[in-house]
Design a binder for this molecule. Structure first.
Ligand code: FES
Length: 101
């Protein structure tokens, strides 16, 4: 089962393949916002995927459009509500500042 390392706390949790990352993070007690309930409409679940990019689903046009509206987006940016855990371990960096709209 893939493991998710959550930064900056450096907490490690298991997540079944096929799990939506936001659900896994909330289940782990991570401090991540989700103002639109996971519908790619608020950007508040923005985070940086530091490792494991190739094992998760690709960015959809909907996710990409939302990311385009967020300040501080980089090449590792994703929305946790749109990422599906793949077969490999992930390293997820949560933002310590408010993001989204
Ligand atoms: S929870 Fe709103 S974009 Fe992910």
């Amino acid at each position: 089962m893939p493991q998710i390392t959550i930064l900056p706390e450096n907490k490690v949790v298991d997540a079944a393949e096929g799990t939506v990352l936001l659900r896994a993070l909330l289940g782990a007690g991570a401090a991540i916002q989700h103002k639109c309930g996971g519908n790619a409409k608020c950007g508040s679940c923005h985070f940086y995927l530091q490792e494991g990019k190739k094992s998760v689903n690709r960015i959809s046009p909907t996710e990409n459009a939302m990311l385009d509206t967020i300040v501080g987006v980089g090449s590792k940016s994703r929305l946790a509500c749109q990422v599906v855990v793949g077969s490999e371990n992930l390293v997820v960096e949560l933002l310590t500042f408010a993001s989204g709209r």
